[in-house]
Write a protein that binds this ligand. Sequence first.
Ligand SMILES: [Zn+2]
Length: 340
Amino acid sequence: MNQTTFIKHLPKVELHLHIEGTLEPEMMFQLAQRNNIALPYSTPEQVKQAYQFENLQSFLDIYYQGANVLVHEQDFYDLTWAYLRRCAQDNVIHTEIFFDPQTHTERGVAFDTVIHGIHRALQDGREQLGISSQIILCFLRHLDEESAFATLEQALEHKDKIIGVGLDSSELGHPPQKFARVFARALEEGFLTVAHAGEEGPVSNIYDSLELLKVSRVDHGVRCVDDPALVEQLAKSQMSLTVCPLSNIKLKVFASMQEHNIVELLRRGVCVTINSDDPAYFGGYMSDNFNAVAEHLSVTEQELAQFTRNAINASFVSDSDKSRLHSQLQSFVAGDNGFV
Ligand SMILES: [Zn+2]
């Protein structure tokens, strides 16, 4: 079996995915028409052409504009369902997705509209596609603490649907300490915590996310290599990094995939995982990300399977669910599916 076939069939677990970032240009147009919203583009091709980014901020500007077409519960359902169908094609068996309520509440869409649409699609994904899932609420770090507190308040009545809270959007200029009090309150309420750190921002953001925000996973975290002691600490504690290879190239965190450090980190014992971040904008879903790594960084099949093993260990599910996921991976690796 060649590596592409191996990757296609390898069971995968996604831990870093912004549901708004799965909005494909075709769906953007379809929803704009359905909701009577004017777009600054005339065709989906023009949108694709606009997806040339200089850095994180230039991406975010287009990303927030695209999200304007999401208005009704059914829009959020359709968006999530389209993502889940891509998961099924890529053999993703479990996914933990982020959503950005403030992107929607700031423009008058109710929190409940957003969460109900996403949650209903995930339930259908479980029943019809066999994909288990969790939801993580992300605060937009370029907005203030007060707005984050108000968002957390709205999340309290949806604790049964939301496993944790995270921090995304512009990292530079918005360090973890800005949200230390919000995260402390979220932890008191029983939410797990994660945060984007060490993508464009400095190593200190990774340290502060661990210490001040008490994160259970670091999203991105690839700048940890700037500090060997931190790499050692991450490996020892098995703190997971949810790395997004194609995103990192598209946003110029690394100049090329050959220079990406994900395999180096894996070999240094860090619990790194492969994820797609905002796949509609960055050129690929889970298999595409695995293929990009395999093509440019010469990894073994054992190492590719280790990315899934790491993601299962780092997932926010019960021990019995982890055992179920591990046995799905194991039966593939052992060749029970006839692929190895
Ligand atoms: Zn992200």
